[in-house]
Design a protein around this ligand. Structure first.
Ligand SMILES: [Zn+2]
Length: 302
């Protein structure tokens, strides 16, 4: 489906949801039951991110941090009603201006899950190379295909592509991540070294991705890295065991559900709703409130 057609169609669906009062009814439930809305962004515009936060503030939601969730899990804090956790994946270079400055100004806690290799080296994210190679006719398979093959095979293809294409930096720099980590509302978490599909990695690769990203970030920001987001939401029990062994306290998937008293017990597989950067605010309101995921009309990605 073309993006413009998809956005028009999704806007209509979101508009109908709002007009029928579905959102209002859901909000009453969210304010009165022990439910945490857990959301993640990638690289929204400043206006989209601001609009989402303004909407949540206007409707009375309370913003909580990953540390609050750890405290709730451990029984040090009561399970809240009408609470929202905001997270951001990858560490895109636009995040500083479009997300961090807004969160700081509005006093909203945000956890930024950083992929360390693009941050340290300045190379683009791997899927950007694939997309560019497809545009230039160098390679014809999709990023979705590359997510389904063993990691070593994906790296061979990727190295071949990288030898032919040069991309500009897409990630925040090391200095920016250090600067951001000093802000009181911001928590830095790990999103691996190279953003592979962990389930497609062998044991050594998976362990390296989870351990080295933590080591690099801790070395830079001089704080413990205790939170993790699985690239593409993919993980297995092996990854959970590595996270526990390495001292992580919490990890997020991309399973689109609320955090409840029941599933907070799976502290290494907490769900999140994806909020898009390029759709209507109406659709993102449906996504933030979870209404969007009642009917799986559109597949979620990364
Ligand atoms: Zn990611």
């Amino acid at each position: 489906m073309k993006p413009s057609l998809r956005n028009t169609l999704s806007y209509c669906i979101a508009f109908i949801y709002i007009q029928l009062g579905v959102i209002k009814r859901r909000q009453r439930k969210l304010m009165n039951e022990k439910i945490i809305i857990s959301i993640y962004f990638h690289k929204p515009s400043k206006s989209m991110f601001e609009s989402c936060l303004f909407w949540l503030k206007k409707h009375g939601y309370t913003f909580i941090s990953v540390n609050d969730i750890i405290d709730i899990f451990n029984g040090y804090k009561v399970f809240p009603k009408g609470a929202v956790l905001v997270t951001v994946d990858d560490g895109w270079y636009t995040n500083k201006e479009n997300i961090i400055s807004v969160a700081n100004a509005l006093n909203v806690p945000v956890t930024l899950f950083v992929t360390t290799n693009p941050m340290e080296t300045g190379i683009g994210y791997w899927w950007s190379y694939v997309n560019q190679a497809r545009k230039e006719g160098i390679y014809n398979k999709t990023t979705e295909f590359l997510k389904t093959i063993p990691n070593r095979e994906r790296l061979v293809i990727l190295n071949e592509i990288k030898s032919k294409i040069i991309l500009e930096r897409e990630s925040l720099t090391v200095n920016e991540v250090i600067e951001i980590s000093n802000l009181k509302n911001i928590t830095i978490g790990s999103h691996t070294v190279t953003h592979p599909i962990l389930k497609m990695c062998d044991n050594d690769e998976s362990l390296y991705e989870i351990s080295n990203s933590k080591k690099v970030l801790e070395g830079l920001i001089k704080k413990k890295i205790e939170s993790f987001a699985y690239p593409n939401g993919n993980f297995s029990i092996r990854e959970i065991n590595y996270l526990k062994k390495l001292g992580y306290k919490i990890a997020f998937s991309t399973i689109p559900k609320y955090i409840t008293e029941a599933n907070i017990l799976d502290i290494y597989a907490l769900p999140r709703f994806e909020i898009l950067g390029n759709c209507s605010l109406a659709e993102n309101i449906c996504r933030m409130t979870g209404v969007w995921y009642d009917v799986k009309l559109f597949k979620h990605n990364k």
